[in-house]
Design a protein around this ligand. Sequence first.
Ligand code: NAD
Length: 262
Amino acid sequence: MKSEIEKVAGWIITSKRTVVFTGAGLSTESGIPDFRSPGGVWDRYNPEDFYFQNFISSQASREKYWQMATEMYDPIKQAQPNPAHLAIAEMERMEKLDCVITQNIDGLHHKAGNSPEKIIELHGTAMHVTCLSCHKRYNRDGVQEKIKQGIKAPSCEDCGGPLKPATISFGQAMPERETQEAYRRSSLCNLFIVIGSSLIVQPAASMPGVAKRSGARLVIINRDPTPFDDVADIVIHGQAGPTMKDILEKLSEQLEKSGMGR
Ligand code: NAD
């Protein structure tokens, strides 16, 4: 009997449109903690300190937010893609990837080599900063320099508005274009592969359901169970890196055998 890994590789080969959907669990092997696992972000910080409403309500809240965001930025900046990110980039090179929809803000799909037009960042990115008033965009490193110089909550050099990392906080509106595009791609795909997400945070977590109801096969690769395990076609409870490395190996083998390999 074919292993689950072989089956997933076979489905990737026959699927016309494969969407990969990633969460914080994809990047834990790159040294970035997720939110909900032991030792994760919620063990060290109070989620309320990340609410958008608090950020806009007072200078003191903005200073606290920037202090936490600065602590979290260093490991993100240092992190390197792990075998799971690299396998997803390889799927693109093999022309076996429609897009990657990510909840991650760490920029590791870009670092791994996926092209920007293939990456839909649902929750924004920590690599940039935006002005909440005039929407001017800044490179994150430049703003972090100002923090190092003692500015506790930086403001826009053009309009004086509050600057915030270009990530989507709880209570902040989702980016319209990315969200619509993610729903559209989810509804059109034949194969939807979730990697490293608890599938709890909405609206991102509704996308596997959209894909499944539109007729796609659903594969979930996650260390812990998710609310979608019952409806998935294959569930692999394992580590993202080794699992994706194995799938990529089988994929390459099967492509070679079928004469489609390069
Ligand atoms: P989550 O913290 O809710 O869930 C992570 C899931 O990944 C868990 O179910 C866990 O079992 C699994 N997991 C952890 N390590 C794994 C591994 N090595 N292999 C396979 N599975 C693994 O994360 P989420 O579902 O992405 O949602 C929470 C929010 O966290 C998102 O909105 C995201 O923006 C944000 N976030 C992002 C990052 C990042 O950019 N790297 C880090 C922390 C949180």
